[in-house]
Design a protein. Structure first.
Length: 242
């Protein structure tokens, strides 16, 4: 069953088509990878799904219902959570307070929000840092906090935008483990990632774009061996050699 459907999505900025007639779906319970070179339109697609941008044309459906034009907070309440490529925690607040603030998306009381925040911090491996200021965390901790804040909204669908960027090899392995745990816990995931170790390890399917247009879709093996994908990442000469 398709939890998310992106249909003929087009996003134009002035005379530039940042996203051009892109169509794909994400099935309930799967991890779907969205890949492409820098500037290919991946984060723009996320911003269209969450209505940070108003779609030029096309539609986005969540659980069969169009969410095009809905307010961003309404989309979050419907069950779509989001992380950001550039993490910006509430720097002068503690890790616990950061996650508690997000938990108010669902919780009606301070006690309820704090209890949910503690649960999320345990789940995401941050509980030992709960009393530290968010700005004091290293990049790996801030990336994990970004995921925890999104999880506190209790999403059915989680959009992860380059959560592995800047991590050490050991932190990469921990990130992969956390993402897999999130899926095992019942959350569907759409992930944008440049680090191929992550995207190829965790994705059930991958949708590849370049210059705002779809160039391939399939299993990780199929997409990794697709000539159009090889050309987009490595150049035409290399694709012809393959």
């Amino acid at each position: 069953m398709a939890l998310l459907e992106v249909k003929n999505l087009t996003m134009v900025f002035g005379g530039l088509k940042a996203v051009n007639d892109v169509t794909f779906h994400v099935n309930k319970g799967e991890i779907m990878g969205l890949i492409g070179p820098n500037g290919s339109g991946k984060t723009t697609i996320f911003n269209c799904i969450n209505h940070y941008y108003t779609i030029t044309s096309g539609d986005v459906l969540f659980k069969g219902e169009s969410i095009k034009g809905l307010k961003t907070h309404k989309i979050c309440h419907m069950g779509i959570g989001r992380t950001f490529q550039v993490v910006k925690p509430l720097a002068r607040m503690t890790v616990l307070d950061n996650v508690t603030a997000s938990a108010f998306c669902r919780a009606a009381t301070i006690k309820g929000a704090q209890e949910e925040a503690h649960r999320i911090l345990e789940f995401s491996g941050l509980v030992e840092y709960k009393d530290r200021l968010a700005k004091s965390l290293p990049i790996g901790g801030r990336k994990r906090l970004e995921i925890a804040r999104a999880l506190a909204t209790k999403p059915e669908l989680l959009l992860l935008d380059e959560t592995a960027a800047g991590l050490t090899p050991s932190e990469l392995d921990e990130a992969i483990e956390l993402i897999q745990k999130i899926r095992e816990n019942g959350t569907t995931i759409l992930i944008v990632e440049h680090i191929m170790k992550v995207i190829m390890t965790i994705s059930d399917r991958i949708h590849a774009i370049n210059f705002g247009q779809t160039i391939a879709e399939g299993t990780p093996h199929e997409v990794a061996n697709n000539p159009a994908v090889i050309e987009a990442y490595l150049g035409e000469a290399y694709a012809q050699c393959k």
